[in-house]
Write a protein that binds this ligand. Structure first.
Ligand SMILES: Cc1cc2nc3c(=O)[nH]c(=O)nc-3n(C[C@H](O)[C@H](O)[C@H](O)COP(=O)(O)OP(=O)(O)OC[C@H]3O[C@@H](n4cnc5c(N)ncnc54)[C@H](O)[C@@H]3O)c2cc1C
Length: 432
């Protein structure tokens, strides 16, 4: 059930990713209590990245995963490897000043580079392709993109964006729906589940012990933290919380800062190289500039993966496949007779201001969450920064931790209506 927030005992969601990732290595569950230097909760990109970095620094690391490696958002997402933050850089500059914002921007670029470096270093064949297009549906959005291009060059030293007008649009995406957009050669797309499984292999090769079907039921803080899995426990000097929206009530102070929002993807039958390249000639990842956005790209076997549609209830929307197909046809009407072979979804961890939420719940219990749909690359950096902080180099982690965050009004029961109201406002703005 891909609408479920209950992960315990779950296998991988029935997606094109699961069908194409190759055989899954089964890992044992925790059967005895253990001691470790660091215990990581959650085997998505955030947790695996932290575990890998820590093991490479010589720490004994245990990862506890309630379902399977990559079972959460890391094994289901659109695979778009994005720089920047979901909240945009203006928010960071307004809160922390230009100098700090430049450091954060450089780290978002580092996050993207890290994906490529890890694939190369650890021999992870995850279908990585470079090139990204941020498609504008309106002239207003194109003007905003032009302003960002200028700002990025002037204030962040990044001059690789290319503004594309209507005349050159077919080089990027062959669709009448857009008026142009921003081309970014240094972002791209990846097979997300292959990447997660590859990170897990790399972490294990570095000495990390990963236990699947081992849901953490309680965390008892202290100089030695006791991370409980039923009657068993892992005792560790430090803990990394990397459970995304699934952590839920385990850590209430984190739960109230994020809201799980469902987002969904369909995969067509393979279209063949010729047809795929006629629609997206450079094989780019594409995302539109709306607040409630469409994101799409081709797979290695030439299926179009088309994502979008949001749900705030935790339930899978009725008629999902057909609704998504209609959205896809607005972009590519020529795909009318193409078969949709898969649909699936997952939860993104949205914060109120869309800024990532990093910090400590106790001096030795670290967390990173709130990637707000922008986490494929940034999670890798988050794991690295938590490893640095545990190793005594917390400056970069603390820079992110300075970003302020509000709880969703009304707590977990009423945050849904609050978010729906906020989103309705932005959705309305998408039409203007
Ligand atoms: C459909 C979809 C499309 C997306 N598309 C994109 C995209 O194109 N580009 C982009 O940048 N971002 C995208 N995202 C967001 C991105 O996937 C996430 O930000 C990222 O994967 C989060 O990684 P994570 O490791 O923090 O969390 P997850 O991958 O969700 O991992 C958390 C893990 O923790 C485990 N866990 C939780 N609680 C416990 C517990 N108590 N005990 C043990 N284990 C526990 C869970 O089982 C899970 O495996 C998308 C997300 C979704 C759902």
């Amino acid at each position: 059930m891909f609408g479920s927030l209950q992960f315990a005992g779950q296998e991988h969601v029935d997606s094109w990713y699961a069908a194409s990732a190759g055989p899954f290595k089964a890992r044992a569950s925790l059967t005895e209590s253990l001691a470790a230097d660091v215990c990581v909760v959650g085997a998505g990109y955030t947790g695996l990245s932290a575990a890998l970095e820590l093991a490479e620094r010589g720490y004994r690391v245990v990862v506890l995963e309630g379902a399977r490696v990559g079972w959460g958002a890391s094994g289901r997402n659109g695979g778009q490897v994005l720089s920047d933050l979901a909240c945009g850089m203006d928010l960071v500059r307004d809160e922390l000043g230009q100098q700090a914002a430049s450091e954060v921007w450089n780290m978002t670029r580092e996050a993207v580079d890290l994906v490529g470096q890890r694939c190369a270093k650890h021999h992870i064949d995850a279908d990585l392709v470079w090139g990204y297009f941020h498609a504008a549906l309106k002239d207003r959005q194109l003007r905003e993109q032009a302003a960002w291009q200028e700002d990025a060059a002037r204030h962040y030293g990044y001059d690789r964006f290319e503004l594309i007008g209507k005349d050159r649009l077919p080089e990027m995406v062959n669709s009448e729906r857009y008026v142009g957009g921003l081309y970014e050669p240094d972002a791209g797309h990846i097979h997300p589940l292959k990447y997660a499984l590859g990170l897990a292999r790399a972490a294990e090769a570095a000495g990390v012990r990963i236990f699947e079907h081992s849901a953490v039921t309680e965390i008892v803080p202290g100089a030695t933290v006791r991370v409980k899995v039923g009657k068993l426990e892992v005792r560790a000097e430090s803990v990394v919380l990397a459970g995304n929206t699934y952590l839920g009530k385990l850590v209430p102070e984190l739960d109230k800062k994020i809201m799980p929002v469902g987002t969904y993807i369909i995969a067509t039958e393979p279209l063949g190289e010729g047809r795929a390249r006629s629609l997206i000639p450079k094989n780019l990842a594409v995302c539109d500039a709306n607040f409630v956005l469409d994101y799409f790209r081709f797979t290695r076997d030439t299926r179009l993966l088309f994502g979008g549609r949001v749900s705030y209830t935790g339930m899978t929307p009725v008629g999902l496949r057909e609704t998504m197909r209609r959205s896809m046809l607005k972009v590519f009407p020529s795909l009318e007779n193409v078969k949709i072979e898969y649909d699936w979804g997952g939860f993104v961890d949205i914060t109120m201001n869309r800024a990532p939420h990093f910090g400590r719940v106790k001096p030795n219990i670290f967390f990173a969450q709130g990637f707000s749909g922008h986490g494929v690359a940034l999670t890798g950096l988050a794991g690295k920064l938590m490893a640095e902080a545990i190793h005594g180099e917390a400056e970069r982690f603390d820079l992110f931790a300075k970003l302020s965050h509000h709880s969703f009004p009304g707590g977990s029961f009423l945050r849904t209506p609050a978010l729906v109201m906020a989103t309705s406002y932005y959705r309305l703005r998408d039409y203007l």
